[in-house]
Design a protein around this ligand. Structure first.
Ligand code: GLU
Length: 260
C-alpha cells in the first residue's frame, strides 16, 4: 500500500444520493467499508461529507411555500441528523467511532477559532475517532457560506496538514473534452504548471453546490500548498482502496503537489 498517512476524503451529495434524490445507503456502506479498511491500515482519516440537504429534502414533506434559505435550513437540520446517524451506525458495526464537526466560515477567520477547530480534530484523530465534517448549513448565513464543500475540504486538508485530499463525485475526474463525448478521456496527472482552462466548464451537479470548476481550482490551490489531490468517482466500486494502492485500472485525476 502506498503510504499516505493523513487523508481527507470529501464525499459529494451526488455520490450519496440515488438519481431520484433518496439517500443511497448501499453506496454509503461501501464507502464506509473502504474507509474502515484504510483506518485499520493506519491511515488517519478525516471525512468531509455533503448530503445533509439532499437527505432532508428526499423525505421531508414541506407544508406551504419555503424560500431557498428556509429550505436549506430545514432540510439540512433534519438531513444532517439522518446522515450522521447512518455513518455512526455503519462505522460502529466496524468497531470504529466517528464524531460530527459542523463548521462555518467564521471558524477559519481568526487564529483562535482556527486553532480551536484544528485542535478538536487532532484530539479526535489521536483517539482513533474519525471526524466527519460538514458546513453547519442550518445556521450559516447565506452571504458567509463556503462556495461548496469542495472549498471546505481544501481548507480542512490545509488545516490538518493532510498528505492527500480525495474529492469523490459522480464523475471520473477531469476530462480532456466534453464529458458526454465518448472520445473524451480522463486526464490522469495534472502537474502544477499545466493549463486546464480549455477542458473545464462550469457545470453544476444535480444535488450538490459544486461543479468541476470549483473542484479543479480547489485541487490546484491545495496542490500548490504541497498536498496531493485526487478527483475520482465515488460511485465506482472500491475506488478508494484502488487509488490508495496506486492502481491504474479505475480512471481518476491526480494533481501533483508543488514541491517546496
Ligand atoms: N453542505 C451541503 C450539504 O450537506 C453540501 C454543499 C455542497 O454541495 O458542496 O448538503
Amino acid at each position: 500500500m502506498v503510504m499516505h498517512k493523513r487523508i481527507v476524503i470529501k464525499i459529494g451529495s451526488n455520490v450519496l444520493s440515488r438519481s431520484n434524490g433518496t439517500l443511497d445507503v448501499t453506496r454509503i456502506s461501501a464507502l464506509v467499508d473502504q474507509i474502515a479498511e484504510l483506518h485499520r491500515a493506519g491511515h488517519e482519516i478525516v471525512i468531509v461529507s455533503s448530503g445533509a440537504v439532499a437527505s432532508g429534502r428526499s423525505f421531508l414533506a414541506v407544508q406551504g411555500e419555503l424560500d431557498s434559505v428556509e429550505q436549506r435550513q430545514l432540510f439540512s437540520a433534519v438531513g444532517q441528523a439522518r446522515l450522521i446517524n447512518r455513518y455512526f451506525e455503519l462505522f460502529h458495526d466496524q468497531n470504529i467511532y466517528v464524531g460530527q464537526v459542523l463548521t462555518t466560515k467564521d471558524n477559519f477567520r481568526t487564529p483562535e477559532l482556527y486553532r480551536n477547530q484544528q485542535h478538536c480534530m487532532e484530539v479526535m484523530i489521536d483517539n482513533k475517532v474519525i471526524p466527519i465534517v460538514n458546513e453547519n448549513d442550518t445556521v450559516s448565513l447565506t452571504e458567509l457560506m463556503f462556495t461548496d464543500n469542495d472549498e471546505l475540504s481544501g481548507l480542512i486538508a490545509n488545516m490538518m496538514h493532510a498528505d492527500l485530499l480525495v474529492i469523490l463525485s459522480n464523475v471520473d475526474g477531469v476530462f480532456d473534452g466534453d464529458v458526454s463525448n465518448p472520445a473524451s478521456k480522463v486526464i490522469p496527472v495534472v502537474k502544477p504548471d499545466d493549463d486546464l482552462s480549455d477542458y473545464i466548464r462550469n457545470e453544476k451537479s444535480a444535488f450538490g453546490r459544486g461543479g468541476m470548476l470549483t473542484k479543479s481550482s480547489v485541487a490546484r490551490q491545495v496542490a500548490a500548498e504541497g498536498i496531493a489531490v485526487i478527483i475520482a468517482n465515488g460511485k465506482r466500486d472500491d475506488v478508494l482502496l484502488h487509488i490508495i494502492d496506486g492502481g491504474n485500472t479505475i480512471p481518476y485525476t491526480l494533481f501533483l503537489p508543488q514541491k517546496s
